[in-house]
Design a protein around this ligand. Structure first.
Ligand SMILES: Nc1ncnc2c1ncn2[C@@H]1O[C@H](COP(=O)(O)OP(=O)(O)OP(=O)(O)O)[C@@H](O)[C@H]1O
Ligand SMILES: [Mg+2]
Length: 279
């Protein structure tokens, strides 16, 4: 990453913009009043402790769950994502943690899985060429596109899953823990791949628990804590700052600021409440 990338100015119109997004599961508030912006050609890391709401947020954007409140603006238009097909058609691709690849099929078949009857319906040779092109563009190291997925390493599988998600030329791609199960060399390869996806001009949301990986590839780091925004950081932020925001340690600037905002909000709310004469 160049120095420019660290200070890249935010664009006028983000690819994705969330405002006031909340999600309840019965009495459980998984997300409360979330704000998130992602620009084209930007990698946003979504970090937070277990249960912070990261996967829930990804599922809202993948059309798996519906928000209880708030707006989703995608490429300048307010959208609803009632199902996964709608999200995909709009250009929001998701690589879920389990990857959903078919072990016994080769790389080409996996990349085109479920797309055989779509307008992308192609003959074997064209599919193989397209698969190669996609993987070459990503400078991916796959020995042969005719290898079955069962014979590939974890990093290579992640690569196939990412290539597959790029087939429909999305504008936003979400990766849930793309490096979780990988060794050092494979992690580096997948992080390079994410760099290349960004260079193609896509917005990228990457979930990770590994701060080293996050720092290596992210342009911005968005922290969620207990289903709320808890600060935005940059790759040069200190580990202490990041960890404090993630765990909610009280003595740090971010949580102080958040606490102050909450107190102000409550005071306003009470003032309104009193003014309206409610009991
Ligand atoms: N389908 C569901 N029904 C009820 N509660 C849910 C559901 N999905 C998530 N939750 C709750 O929402 C909260 C956020 O969960 P989520 O899976 O989004 O966290 P996460 O940040 O992805 O955590 P992890 O790092 O462990 O994957 C948790 O309290 C979880 O129990
Ligand atoms: Mg999760």
């Amino acid at each position: 990453m160049t120095d420019d990338a660290m200070t890249r100015p935010r664009q006028a119109q983000p690819v994705l913009s969330l405002r006031g997004i909340s999600k309840h599961f019965g009495a459980v508030s998984a997300l409360t009043d979330i704000e998130l912006d992602v620009d084209a050609g930007e990698v946003v890391a979504l970090v937070g402790d277990n249960g912070a709401g990261k996967s829930t947020l990804v599922k809202l954007l993948a059309g798996v769950h519906q928000p209880s409140a708030g707006t989703i603006t995608f490429c300048g238009e307010q959208v609803t994502l009632p199902d996964p097909a709608t999200a995909l058609d709009l250009g929001i691709a998701t690589v879920f943690q389990d990857l959903a690849l078919c072990e016994n099929l080769d790389v080409v078949a996996n990349i085109f899985l479920g797309r055989e009857l779509s307008p992308l319906c192609l003959d074997e040779v064209s599919m193989e060429v397209r698969a190669w092109t996609l993987l070459n563009d990503l400078a991916a190291r796959i020995p042969s596109v005719r290898d079955v997925v069962a014979s590939l390493s974890g990093g290579q599988r992640q690569t196939v899953a990412i290539a597959r998600s790029l087939l429909l030329e999305p504008k936003l791609i979400m990766l849930d823990e793309p490096t979780a199960a990988l060794g050092v060399a494979q992690t580096a390869e997948v992080l390079n791949l994410i760099d290349r996806v960004r260079d193609r001009g896509l917005g990228v949301i990457m979930i990770s628990h590994n701060m080293e990986d996050v720092r290596a590839v992210a342009d911005r780091i968005v922290v969620l804590r207990l289903g709320r925004n808890n600060g935005v950081f940059y790759p040069d932020s200190s580990n202490e700052e990041l960890v404090a925001a993630i765990t909610g340690a009280t003595e740090n600037a971010v949580s102080r600021r958040a606490d102050r905002r909450l107190a102000e909000h409550r005071a306003e709310h009470h003032a309104e409440h009193d003014a309206s004469g409610d009991t």
